[in-house]
Write a protein that binds this ligand. Sequence first.
Ligand SMILES: NC(=O)c1ccc[n+]([C@@H]2O[C@H](COP(=O)([O-])OP(=O)(O)OC[C@H]3O[C@@H](n4cnc5c(N)ncnc54)[C@H](O)[C@@H]3O)[C@@H](O)[C@H]2O)c1
Length: 334
Amino acid sequence: MKSLKMAVIGCGNIANYAHLPNVLKTGQKLVATCDIVEEKARQAAEKFKAEKFFTDYREVVELKDLDAVIIATPPDTHREIAVEAIKSNKHVFLEKPLAANLDDAHEIYRYWKKSSVKFAVGFCLRHHGMFKHAKALIENNTVGEPVALWRIAIGTAMGVLPPMGWLTDKKRSGGMVVENTIHMIDAFRWFAGDITSVSAHYKTERKGISIEDNAYIVFTHQNNAFSSVLQSWTATHTYESWGIVGKEGTVSVKGYVIGSMEVSGKGKGLEEVDIKEDPIVMYEKEMEDFVKSILEDKPVFATPLEGLKAMEAAVAAEKSSREGKIVKLPLIDY
Ligand SMILES: NC(=O)c1ccc[n+]([C@@H]2O[C@H](COP(=O)([O-])OP(=O)(O)OC[C@H]3O[C@@H](n4cnc5c(N)ncnc54)[C@H](O)[C@@H]3O)[C@@H](O)[C@H]2O)c1
């Protein structure tokens, strides 16, 4: 099978853990690495056998012999890098969130719509075994049409936030909900359809940060299902679960991407479903899917439209918390 020439822009945590190895694992050629910190770009190029490394993404997107870029930089940089990549006619895999704010996200969407590039947003849960199984249970009517969905996401490693400086800076990350909860907002949309209204409460408990670190959000969906997220980044231990109550059955998970899944439904007693999957697998599958969409001219798993709609719901949650009222979607003119 033909392989693609790819470059990775942003050689930090997620690129080193997932995207750089997965470019090679899926049989693609890594042409270049790029990071504003030269040492990171150089080290990644050496370790993953890229021909060149750069510190300016513009030089990367302008490379003639390049098919696609993977952008794994902080959210506030996504708009300018993604737009320049589209203008240079390169296919794009962009880490979530689409951007740090709704205007930037909308701009990426508008450029993509005018283009013919394949553009995937890194909503990796769509490639996780438990999430795919839940989607199949909805579609094969074991769980059926969703009625109520939930996610409880309490705690990050004994209350210690990840070390990247940009994460706790609202302008750079978009906040906890835009940067992190967005994974589950996309999953809720995937399971239950478009979000029509949002009601939320945000709090910032930790001193010296500009993002919310606790949020409780309720979404309503187009078929009248409702979904909720309770997320805290200040808890002193971790407690996680998610699930779906459908018209015909229920699926529940103790955990998130690692956990135990239980299903019950029409003519079916409670049973445990054994899906023990290393989280790295979902990142491999999303890369395979992105490559396939280019080589076989197929739709990508999550387009900038999905990225924009999830972003819009996240931004609406903040507006709801700030204004103390239910916010109806859409907020923008598509
Ligand atoms: N899908 C997932 O599960 C997942 C997990 C973690 C992070 N992410 C997302 O991936 C992105 C990166 O997160 P991370 O944890 O790897 O962050 P990170 O801070 O570890 O890495 C980001 C890298 O980008 C570099 N960088 C910053 N601006 C740049 C620019 N203009 N040009 C080139 N390089 C630049 C930084 O020097 C850094 O090395 C974020 O959007 C984050 O939300 C997704």
